[in-house]
Write a protein that binds this ligand. Structure first.
Ligand SMILES: Cc1cc2nc3c(=O)[nH]c(=O)nc-3n(C[C@H](O)[C@H](O)[C@H](O)COP(=O)(O)OP(=O)(O)OC[C@H]3O[C@@H](n4cnc5c(N)ncnc54)[C@H](O)[C@@H]3O)c2cc1C
Length: 301
């Protein structure tokens, strides 16, 4: 069966795309294997009317909205393969079912790789976060750590300083800061510790201290970490979609990538700033792009 649009990914980007396409009476399947980037968190912030919502509740409400539109189906399936076919795209899912779609929206988001710090997973999403705009308010005025192994440590420290004047930067043995930057941070009272982190201390995911490989200890109540990331799904690159210098898929104002019939939305396109509300807006844009292009193709037939 041909569907008009296959959406790969059911985070805010894919969900909002499904909503707008459903309201446009388009025949859509949204594939989602429910492993979003923010799965580790208990609360999401900064989405107007949804500030503080649990990620699972956000999804439940989104599915409830989409259920009103009968031309949209949500399949809890992982897409494993996407190939160009004569009139669009052939998608294969984890359970071996093949689908044909005139257009696809890439909304699979990103996967993160945390710095190699023992037991960091126990704290990530509970007291260590990736984005101060998402979780800085809850950590305001507390003694905070920024774990950052790359050059972004300098900019990251300056940003975190908006939420707390008590910030320690830990480069975990791979200091990429130059002497000037360390001095600038120092003038604001931000110390840089270049030792490798031996362990994180705390209970129930609430950080209380960091132990370094030289046996020193720093007390802190939480903070931020700069993970590395990669696309959660490799289909865009395989189809030949161009990427920008940040690694996101290049899109126009309607979510169109460089490959005809392929649209991208959310973190997969924007990379940063990574925000639910931005991803949802991106999904809406891509949906309007899909509907516009399908209308142009069909109207004069
Ligand atoms: C720890 C943490 C906390 C955050 N807190 C906030 C916050 O408070 N406020 C905020 O605005 N933003 C927050 N963010 C950022 C926010 O989570 C992202 O910007 C947003 O989720 C991006 O939406 P998306 O739809 O692009 O991707 P995602 O939400 O990551 O969704 C992608 C979906 O695609 C699915 N998928 C991937 N590959 C496939 C495949 N092959 N087949 C089928 N499905 C697939 C995944 O399972 C997933 O469900 C946070 C991020 C992190 C990491």
């Amino acid at each position: 069966m041909w569907i008009e649009c296959a959406i790969i990914g059911g985070g805010p980007a894919g969900l909002n795309a499904a909503l707008v396409l459903g309201r446009s009476r388009r025949n859509v399947i949204l594939f989602d294997h429910n492993k979003p980037r923010n799965a580790v968190t208990h609360q999401s912030h900064g989405f107007i009317t949804r500030d503080g919502i649990q990620p699972s509740e956000f999804r439940r409400l989104a599915h409830q909205d989409i259920a009103k539109y009968p031309s949209v189906t949500i399949k809890p399936d992982k897409v494993t393969e996407v190939a160009k076919s004569t009139a669009g795209f052939q998608l294969t899912t984890g359970n071996g079912v093949v689908y044909y779609a005139r257009t696809i929206i890439l909304a699979a988001g990103l996967k993160e790789m945390l710095p190699s710090v023992p037991n960091i997973q126990d704290f990530y999403g509970k007291s260590l976060f990736s984005c101060p705009y998402c979780d800085g308010w809850e950590l305001r005025d507390k003694p905070l750590v920024l774990i950052s192994e790359g050059t972004s440590a300098f900019h990251g420290a300056k940003i975190v300083y908006n939420w707390s004047r008590n910030v320690l930067v830990c480069t975990n043995g791979s200091n990429k800061l130059n002497a000037d930057q360390i001095a600038q941070l120092g003038r604001k009272g931000i110390q840089v510790n270049a030792h490798r982190i031996k362990s994180l201390v705390g209970t129930n995911g609430q950080l209380t201290a960091i132990i370094f490989d030289n046996h020193t200890k720093a007390d802190c109540i939480g903070g931020f970490v700069h993970p590395q990331w990669d696309h959660a799904a490799a289909f865009g690159e395989a189809l030949g979609c161009s990427t920008n210098e940040s690694g996101g898929f290049v899109t126009d104002d309607f979510g169109r990538t460089s490959v005809m019939g392929v649209y991208a939305a959310g973190d997969a396109a924007i990379i940063a700033p990574a925000q639910l509300v931005i991803a949802a807006g991106e999904g809406s844009k891509a949906a309007i792009g899909v509907n516009t292009d399908l209308t142009s193709q069909d109207f004069d037939r």
